[in-house]
Write a protein that binds this ligand. Structure first.
Ligand SMILES: [Zn+2]
Length: 102
């Protein structure tokens, strides 16, 4: 009876933890080296590869035929990163926030 009680005490915290981590994609990301990437896919004037293991994306240079840049599950983030890198679209410079601290 004592052992059964111990099990139920451990089961719930571990279950909740696993659910939370899976939701954040942390387990998948850390357990995958993205060694198997899909054939490049074209979208929004960009090419990218998708990891066959976890589904993370990475931009692909068709001319150099190699992947480059950071990994991200959000393609929009990668495209924004690429635009910032190439300077194709200059983001409006934010004026420095002035601190009124004395
Ligand atoms: Zn992966």
């Amino acid at each position: 009876m004592n052992e059964e009680h111990k099990k139920s005490r451990w089961f719930w915290p571990l279950g909740l933890l696993a659910t939370g981590l899976a939701g954040a994609g942390l387990v998948i990301f850390r357990g995958c080296w993205h060694s198997r990437m899909s054939w490049p896919v074209r979208a929004q004037n960009h090419s990218y590869q998708v990891c066959l293991g976890c589904g993370i994306k990475r931009l692909f240079d068709e001319e150099g035929f190699r992947a480059y840049g950071p990994y991200s599950y959000d393609l929009n983030k990668l495209i924004a990163w690429d635009r910032a890198r190439t300077g194709a679209i200059q983001p409006a410079a934010e004026p420095e926030t002035r601190r009124t601290a004395s």
